[in-house]
Ligand binder design. Structure first.
Ligand code: SAH
Length: 214
């Protein structure tokens, strides 16, 4: 496929995402702009604009565009928001966040994935994405507080460190549930109270936690 064909495929993908109750025009524009084929292994490029997760190596996957769009629409990202992402993976969702104007802090436990995501993001000119290697269930305390946190791996419960690192009007999206099957939740803090809203069923790779809250 050449650039024009990729562009057409992206426009089709954005239309498909829009048809699934994604209404935020900024999120849809970001889906239409980010070249997802650059975030998947070369031999998978022809499937990059199908609305599905795809394998990216190390047993991990690039998130499904619809799920990324739904999560980031729910988080109501504003330009200049400091956003923590747990599980960089390919870097695709980080690029969408950067398109929304966020300053992105992303934690990935696999050094190899972190390095390749950083390289692609840099090549594409996404300079506001900072990636570190480590256990994202502990957040990134030096960079807190965050206006929004998006967890891209399935967890049995919300890691307490993440709640602690949210700002006073912070929003958090997290897949909660068992191995292979979770529910995507939005948690919001207003005036010290937490409110949760159910988003949809989902299936993320597991959040691997080395020690601590589990
Ligand atoms: N949003 C990513 C997809 C991430 S897949 C994208 O758009 O491509 C989930 C990622 O979370 C995997 O890369 C996995 O290695 C990572 N992960 C799992 N447990 C983690 C943890 N405790 N800390 C940081 N990263 C973790």
């Amino acid at each position: 496929m050449d650039d024009a064909e990729y562009r057409k495929a992206r426009a089709r993908l954005a239309a498909e995402v829009a048809a699934q109750r994604i209404t935020d025009p900024r999120v849809l524009a970001a889906v239409e702009r980010v070249p997802r084929h650059r975030f998947v292994p070369t031999h998978m490029r022809r499937w990059a604009y199908i609305d599905r997760p795809l394998p990216i190596g190390m047993g991990q996957t690039i998130s499904q565009p619809y799920i990324v769009a739904l999560s980031l629409q729910a988080l109501r990202i504003s330009p200049e928001d400091r956003v923590l992402e747990v599980g960089t993976g390919s870097g695709y969702q980080a690029a969408i966040l950067a398109e929304l104007g966020a300053e992105v802090f992303s934690v990935e436990r696999h050094g190899e994935l972190a390095r390749s995501a950083q390289a692609v993001l840099q090549e594409l000119g996404y300079v506001d994405v900072h990636i570190t290697v480590g256990d994202g269930s502990k957040g990134w305390p030096e960079k807190a507080p965050f206006q929004a946190i998006v967890v891209s791996a399935g967890a049995p419960a919300v890691p307490p460190a993440l709640q602690e690192q949210l700002s006073s009007a912070g929003r958090l999206v997290i897949p909660l549930g068992e191995h292979g099957r979770q529910d995507l939740w939005l948690l919001e803090r207003t005036n010290g109270e937490w409110r949760s809203s159910y988003l949809c069923p989902c299936a993320f790779v597991p959040l691997v936690v080395e020690e601590g809250w589990r």
